[in-house]
Design a protein around this ligand. Structure first.
Ligand code: ADP
Ligand code: MG
Length: 238
């Protein structure tokens, strides 16, 4: 587990500044959700925390380490994307074990972690199946399992449910809540779904044009939006 701290984080692609100075402190074990209109920089901010993008200026800390110069694999994070390509020729078990094998984790430890993750995600019965023999929800669980087995200090989720149908999204929303209650690991979660944000978040961060408009507990944002943008965005059913 770890806290995450962003100090005046900026990110430009060429001449275009996408993150315009983001300051944020996320507590150890907190579930923080980023929302904001398409193109406002949610994914870029997550990727900058992950180390998939390099901050142009500013500081990114995870735990007690400044991680700006660390590669993604050294940051103690695991990330799950919307498009969570599994290896089609591997079973669910092998998909989850693969990264640990590459990291030379010993077999008994791999087995312990994969079975614990499968248990937490209710996919124990599907471990021998290949992706094409699984439903969308089961595949997404395997993708989450791949992140869990790494036992990261921080999980980063970029719209992990947006490729699933509505009913499954609702079910998986509860799975995330349960997972967080069980693992108690810091989670940073991007979504464009207001209900998802309201249900899951300890705090919601509203982004707009590469800046934070407001940070607060769901009910605070709902009842006391800082400005018209937040009021319009949080209030709108999308
Ligand atoms: P969001 O996830 O909130 O929809 P993104 O972080 O993906 O937004 O993108 C924010 C802005 O940065 C967009 O205008 C996008 O076109 C731009 N952008 C993202 N990645 C790159 C890149 N690698 N090169 C150039 N522009 C990018
Ligand atoms: Mg995005």
């Amino acid at each position: 587990m770890a806290n995450v701290r962003l100090v005046d984080v900026k990110k430009a692609f060429g001449a275009v500044e996408v993150l315009k100075g983001v300051d944020l402190e996320i507590a150890d074990g907190e579930f923080v959700v980023f929302v904001g209109p398409s193109g406002c920089g949610k994914s870029t901010l997550l990727r900058t925390i992950a180390g998939l993008e390099e901050a142009t200026t500013g500081q990114v800390s995870i735990g007690d380490r400044v991680v700006n110069d660390l590669s993604p694999s050294d940051r103690g994070i695991a990330m799950v994307f919307q498009s969570y390509a599994l290896y089609p020729h591997m079973t669910a078990y092998e998909n989850m074990a693969f990264g640990l094998k590459l990291a030379k984790t010993d077999r008994a430890e791999i087995d312990r972690r994969v079975r614990a993750a499968a248990e937490a995600l209710s996919i124990t019965d599907y471990l021998d199946r290949k992706p094409k023999a699984m439903s969308g929800g089961q595949r997404q669980r395997v993708a989450i399992g791949r992140a869990i087995v790494r036992e990261p200090d921080v999980f980063l989720f970029d719209e992990p449910l947006s490729n699933l149908d509505a009913a499954l999204r609702v079910r998986m929303r509860y799975e995330f809540a349960r997972l967080h209650a069980e693992l108690k690991t810091t989670m940073i979660y991007v979504t464009h779904d207001q209900v998802e944000a309201m249900t899951l978040a300890d705090r919601i961060v509203v982004l707009n044009g590469g800046r934070i408009e407001q940070v607060g507990a769901p009910m605070d944002l709902y009842q006391r939006p800082a400005n018209l943008f937040v009021a319009g965005f949080i209030g709108s059913p999308r």
